[in-house]
Design a protein around this ligand. Structure first.
Ligand code: PMP
Length: 443
């Protein structure tokens, strides 16, 4: 892929040689630190408005309002909603914005108890525990689940919260090639013999950690294959559904529903409420014994303030809408819409000649830029034409695999998408990122 770099850097729009050199120096210089973007190529402080479905962003310093193609607002719940908003407002008045207490010290209201049952039922597990933050759910729970003497086998592109949780656990960590079940099996075979009883192994416990939809790749997890390998080698499966719960599956229940995997075969189901449910917080779902154990041992439950009551109410209400328990068919419509929007947008980008990662049905679609010097150019030119796109680079991706990541929402209309596609196509020509020949348009 390094050849993609040659010849492209000099044509980057608005980037003087000086800037390119500075950018590269900065990349080399700041291993482990984020790369600064030039001020006119990114949003720093924004204004968002709920009553336009949160579809737009506006810089506080500029007049123009941009179509937001970067939000995880997959089902459009991060907006004024006829069912959720009155209930959230009522909860705010009744409970206030915070419990100002940990779960064990007065921070558990009836709403928290209800939320955990609603989430467990929704994801298809006997019990669930909810925390105030998705990131912390991974980073604080993995160290409780597995410790020194245990083995974590992690997908090479797992989210930073998983990486930090695994590192903090003290367990041995092995990484398998991204979404490659055959490599996972090889790693497992290196560690244990097939069929060996758990009591005779060198590891106290083995946990395989994967994501439902990979947030930087837009790919669906090869869950059926991974689950059957884990069964064969008696390893636990930990599934992070941050981007898939609510967004995929016939009734929004995530990748298990979409790919026909029995939830009983996934030992630990994790997810966040910051995407499809338009709220905040995270959950872990599993057997009653596991959740009870976590509630007595996990620092995120014992020492952190419980999830804000209005946020909890937003999740309960959003799940009721998804399941049609609000008495309308809006949930089913949203699910059909996100699927239709995602597949339409992805196929149009591919027809234009872009290299788009990920699978059908996934609302996350990265467009490959490769050259990190193209990031500010792509972002700036889209912004000039009122389209806000998130660009991602090292250290969130490998150095030469920079990309623009589009997240599609059920709230985007066909008109929004047509406009965005026109802009992205023009900018793609300018920046030189249409790596494939475009398909001729059918009239
Ligand atoms: N897991 C994955 C796969 C994620 O992408 C993210 C954040 N986008 C998180 C966990 C953390 O979730 P939150 O932003 O809700 O804290």
């Amino acid at each position: 892929k390094a050849s993609n770099l040659q010849g492209y850097a000099p044509i980057c729009l608005g980037l003087e040689d000086f800037y390119i050199r500075r950018l590269y120096l900065r990349i080399q210089d700041c291993f482990g630190r984020p790369i600064a973007s030039p001020p006119d190529a990114w949003f720093d402080v924004v204004e968002r408005v709920s009553n336009d479905n949160n579809k737009t962003l506006q810089r506080t310093t500029k007049i123009s309002r941009c179509l937001n193609l970067g939000s995880y607002n997959y089902l459009g719940f991060a907006a004024a909603d006829e069912y959720c908003t009155p209930r959230v407002t009522e909860t705010l008045q009744r409970y206030s914005a915070s419990t100002c207490s940990t779960r064990m010290e007065g921070g558990t209201t009836a709403l928290h108890v209800e939320l955990e049952q609603v989430v467990a039922d929704f994801v298809g597990k006997p019990a669930a525990m909810v925390t105030g933050m998705g990131y912390v759910t991974n980073s604080a729970i993995l160290p409780v689940l597995v410790k020194h003497g245990g083995l974590i086998i992690s997908d090479s592109l797992n989210h930073n919260s998983i990486v930090n949780g695994a590192r903090g656990s003290g367990a041995t960590i092995r990484v398998f090639q991204h979404n490659t079940p055959s490599h996972l099996e090889r790693v497992l075979r290196e560690q244990i013999a097939e069929g060996q009883p758990r009591t005779h192994r060198p590891w106290k416990k083995i946990i395989v950690v994967v994501e439902g939809i990979y947030s930087m790749e837009g790919e669906l997890c090869k869950l059926p294959e991974i689950v059957s390998i884990c069964k064969k080698y008696k390893a636990y499966v930990y599934l992070d559904e941050a981007h898939s719960i609510g967004a995929v599956g016939k009734t929004g229940r995530g990748v298990c529903e979409l790919l026909g995997v029995d939830t009983a075969d996934v030992d630990i189901m994790m997810g966040t409420f910051t995407k499809s449910f338009g709220s905040c917080g995270g959950y872990i779902a599993g057997s009653k014994e596991l959740i009870q154990y976590l509630k007595y041992t996990c620092p995120a439950h014992l020492y952190a303030t419980s999830i804000s009551p209005p946020a909890a109410q937003q999740i309960i209400s959003a799940i009721k809408v998804i399941l049609g328990e609000d008495g309308s068919s809006r949930g089913a419509q949203k699910l059909a819409q996100i699927r239709e929007n995602s597949n339409y947008f992805r196929s149009e980008l591919q027809k234009m000649g872009f290299e788009v990662l990920g699978d059908n049905d996934s609302p996350v679609m990265p467009i490959m830029l490769y050259n990190p010097a193209k990031i500010p150019a792509f972002s700036r030119e889209c912004l000039k034409q009122n389209v806000a796109v998130v660009t991602v680079a090292f250290p969130a991706t490998p150095l030469l695999l920079a990309r623009a990541r589009i997240c599609i929402s059920a709230a985007h209309s066909r008109e929004d998408m047509v406009k965005a596609l026109e802009v992205i196509s023009r900018v793609g020509d300018l920046v030189g990122i249409k790596y494939f020949p475009a398909e001729p348009k059918k009239h």
